[in-house]
Design a protein around this ligand. Sequence first.
Ligand SMILES: CC(C)(COP(=O)(O)OP(=O)(O)OC[C@H]1O[C@@H](n2cnc3c(N)ncnc32)[C@H](O)[C@@H]1OP(=O)(O)O)[C@@H](O)C(=O)NCCC(=O)NCCS
Length: 499
Amino acid sequence: MIDKDDFRPITRNRRRATITNVKSETVKLRNGATAAAASDPKAREALTKNLQAPLNEDKRKCGLYDKMSCHKLQESMLSSASSFKNYRGILNWCVVMLVLSNARLFLENLLRYGILVDPIQVVSLFLKDPYSWPAACLVIVSNVFILVALYTERKLAMGLINEKVGLLIYIFNLTAVLYFPMVVVLKLPSITPVGGAFALGIYTILFLKLYSYKDVNRWCREKTQAKARSLSRSLSCPSTQSASGGMQVSYPGNLSLRDMYYFVFAPTLCYELNFPRSESIRMGFLFRRLFEMFLLTQLLVGLTQQWMVPIIRSSMKPLQEMDYSRMTERLLRLTVPNHLIWLIFFYSFFHSSMNFVAELLRFGDREFYRDWWNSETITYFWQNWNIPVHKWCLRHFYKPLMRRGAGKLLSQSAVFFASAFFHEYLVSVPLRMFRLWAFMGMMAQLPLAWFVARFLRGNYGNAAVWLSLIIGQPIAVLMYVHDYYVTHNQDDPTVIEAL
Ligand SMILES: CC(C)(COP(=O)(O)OP(=O)(O)OC[C@H]1O[C@@H](n2cnc3c(N)ncnc32)[C@H](O)[C@@H]1OP(=O)(O)O)[C@@H](O)C(=O)NCCC(=O)NCCS
């Protein structure tokens, strides 16, 4: 039986009092005997046993008391006031649910359509005729524009042509970089939409690179001329040794074929005379990236053929009949595979491919993306998801505009306008139809950025960014695919059948 006394609070004082007794010379033992705390070992043992007994008793009482008092002042874990933050289990639950629901979708897709993955069909997306490779030829021709830029720079450096003539040649060359492939893609029937998009993508990258090449070499000329004026020194500077031991090149020593082609292949759009270089090529890292590229490309193709294409096909009829409820259902169905494909594309392009090329070229700056997935504003997303393009926009477009006195809003609008132009260029020209969906999608980023920054904060802002990515892209995809089928295949019986 538990004594009433047992529920008294047990304080440290009580225990300390017991322990203090040890020090006394004469101690009353439990059985009533008195033992001198003498040097006799038997007496000492008996004394120890006797002293431990009340201590154990106290412990037992303390335990009983703790058992009885089981409440304290505290918040529920899910309450925001509890400061509990560990939701790792919930995250795992989300992943398990995601895998399960997608496994169901995958099974449903297989049962309904069978296996649609066809690697041969992928080749036919690039080539109509196996003996004619127009997109590859177009890419090879791009070397002409690279060489024109290099020789213009050499002439400018030697003073054989003045800045105005150099600028005119550049304007002609850069305009040709955009116009020439466009005309070829529009006029050449043997070029497929995918092949055309690939070639135009390469030319767009080249346009941005050559623009940067022009600007940086001009800045170098201005700098060396200013130095020469103040120090009355020679215009050319010899190459020097860098701190890391490599050769540092100086203007105009950079105007070589080797330097130009290093920049053309390097995973950046911004030219520099001396890029940061890594010490050596890590073979393990290189092969891991190569393996990822191979695997993820297969996955992208498989998911597109097996998951995206059937949904797009089944969306054509509701779109033609303007059946809004079915249109919404198809759009929502498309969001999952479209978003998954976009995420895989992001990893395979910005991580695997760019790191592969950078490792091969010992290109040191590997910041190809930042944590865009944490974006709480649209602005943060555009600053962080595609770093090569963002760096180019800042260095060669946005900052020069700001320095010339244009306001922030005007400069931002100009950058987004240019970006919208290139997005439309890369979609409309290969599809051979101008619908402005991509252009409008990009321009809509400005009011959307304002709305999110003005009305949404924290997690709500982050959710808005995800929602715009998840919903925005399939809308544009459906619009283009629908218009493409209607424009090009109206009379094609196989397409009518598919609808
Ligand atoms: C438009 C865009 C360039 C604006 O970038 P931002 O980072 O929001 O611009 P900010 O106003 O914060 O200023 C950025 C820089 O300009 C500098 N700057 C601001 N005013 C300046 C002025 N008057 N003169 C010179 N520099 C100025 C800032 O100091 C800052 O420099 P830092 O980067 O060295 O710190 C960016 O949103 C963007 O890249 N958009 C397009 C992205 C795109 O289309 N991507 C396509 C991917 S497929």
